[in-house]
Design a protein around this ligand. Structure first.
Ligand code: UD1
Length: 465
């Protein structure tokens, strides 16, 4: 069993060439409406951290509803390099962490995937020592790890950062972390998750104050509790963890991806289309639905896990401030900006979670949008139409924003930088194609030939990072 996950059975075609070449581009012929139903995959940010969480358990973990993403592949490679055994069949991932053969995570993988740094908590809890390169991920800000480090230090770890590697160890004693009271200066999702995982196997009680409340934090807590951890309060700002001596095997299903669902709602809104989406957790989408309704879009909760979005008549300008959950999610900021380019009036978008997350504005302007950026605020003046152009996705959600804009733009939009999109969206182009979008992945831009039509031919059998 290697780190690369070979999937064989899935309802969608497998993904191979679509996720291989960085030189691929997406070509969208805009101005067509969408119709039908879209299946929402498991949550990326849950899947990644739950995969890290399997390090806590010396038995078998079965994780269901695992999305097909390059980031999942990378995380699998990190775990595999640590000695874990993994096997994937469709959206089911089996992980066995009975033996962790090294405490040192591989530099070349961790630097590509921020979430892999979160494994420092479980590795330290299991082995009493961990060496983790400082993380990578989207270039949307400085993204420090000081809160992770300070929390582990409060729990008795000695932590030093040397030559880009975070060395953590437990001096003396019985090789266990100790329960502690931890206050997070900011409700960091990753720090909450790292510390929550570390605390499950610590001696005594840990309290995390000002914890992140994101649904993925709750999902991780539920996963850990399904292995016998004692975590209470996840989803509130105070999480209490009583350490246990070991965790047992589990079979756990990941929640639906609220950001993927939000992205499809926006794709429908901008193309004035009617779509249904399931499975979804409408509660997790509350700020997204509220803002879409304010823009003038009607969304019906058809069933507890199913939404229907109706064709928008008019789109009105609104203001958005990104905030930690349950505030408006920073991961939806770029896709909403794409929609607001076509709204009537002036919108103001303030990005307050990350300091460099408005780079898509200039790319949207290439499509005919009228956006001015000052500091962390974007002033969006609605325009009557967008027109297709070549653009580059600068990060994961920026790339999704360009896809959304491209669906509405008149003419042809070509999007480069697909490695970002493939990190975090489960076959977005294929799913859009199924809904009627004229979207095609071209493997080689220079030759401008060799069109991959996911609907007909390409089997996706491995996602190559
Ligand atoms: C996670 C999500 C990401 C989402 C983000 C905010 C994963 C894999 N990624 O990222 O999709 O955009 O939450 O919802 O789950 N900070 C510090 N010190 C730290 C840690 C964070 O100052 O030690 C700051 C960051 O720079 C940022 C803010 O806290 O300004 C929020 O970051 P955080 O919640 O930690 O984001 P991630 O966990 O990296």
């Amino acid at each position: 069993m290697g780190g690369r996950l070979i999937n064989s059975s899935t309802s969608l075609p497998d993904a191979k060439s679509s996720l291989v070449a960085d030189s691929s581009v997406l070509q969208i012929c805009g101005g067509h409406s969408l119709a039908g139903h879209v299946h929402i995959s498991g949550a990326k940010n849950s899947a990644l951290v739950i995969m890290a969480g399997t390090l806590l358990c010396s038995g078998d973990c079965r994780i269901r509803n695992v999305p097909f993403l390059a980031d999942v592949e990378r995380m699998a490679e990190v775990l595999s390099a640590l000695g874990l055994r993994l096997h994937r069949e469709g959206d089911i991932l089996d992980v066995n962490a009975r033996e962790i053969t090294t405490s040192k995570a591989p530099y070349e993988l961790v630097t590509q995937l921020r979430a892999s740094f979160f494994a420092i908590g479980p590795i330290l809890a299991r082995l009493g020592v961990a060496q983790m390169p400082l993380p990578g991920g989207c270039a949307i800000g400085a993204r420090p790890v000081d809160l992770h480090v300070r929390g582990l230090q409060s729990m008795g770890a000695e932590v030093q950062i040397e030559h880009g590697i975070c060395h953590a160890s437990l001096p003396g004693g019985n090789g266990k972390l100790k329960g502690a009271k931890i206050y997070l200066d900011t409700p960091s999702v990753g720090a909450t998750e790292t510390l929550m995982m570390a605390a499950t196997l610590a001696e005594g009680e840990t309290i995390i104050e000002n914890a992140a409340k994101e649904p993925e934090v709750v999902d991780l807590a539920n996963f850990c509790n399904s292995m016998g951890a004692k975590i209470q309060g996840a989803g509130t700002s105070k999480i209490t963890i009583v350490g246990v001596s070991q965790l047992h095997s589990t079979d756990y299903t990941i929640i639906p991806d609220r950001i993927e669902a939000g992205t499809f709602l926006l794709a429908a809104a901008i193309t004035r289309s009617e779509l249904t989406l399931s499975p979804v957790a409408p509660d997790h989408l509350f700020p997204v639905i509220a803002k879409l309704q304010e823009i003038g879009v009607e969304i019906i909760e058809e069933a507890p896990d199913r939404l229907r979005i109706l064709p928008a008549k008019t789109l009105k300008a609104i203001n958005i401030d990104t905030l930690p959950h349950p505030g408006f999610p920073t991961d939806m900021q770029a896709p909403f900006m794409a929609l607001l380019t076509l709204a009537e009036g002036d919108s103001i978008i303030n990005e307050s979670v990350f300091e460099n997350r408005l780079r898509h504005a200039s790319e949207l302007n290439r499509l005919g949008a009228d956006i001015r950026v000052k500091g962390n605020t974007a002033f969006v003046k609605g325009v009557p139409m967008l027109s297709g152009a070549p653009v580059i996705g600068t990060d994961l959600r920026a790339s999704a924003a360009l896809v959304i804009a491209g669906l509405a733009a008149q003419g042809t939009t070509t999007i480069q930088g697909l490695h970002h999109l493939d990190r975090g969206y489960d076959r977005l182009d294929y799913k859009l194609q199924e809904l009627g979008a004229k979207i095609t992945r071209l493997k080689d831009t220079s030759a401008n030939v060799d069109v991959t039509d996911h609907g007909n031919s390409t089997p996706i059998s491995a996602i190559v990072p």
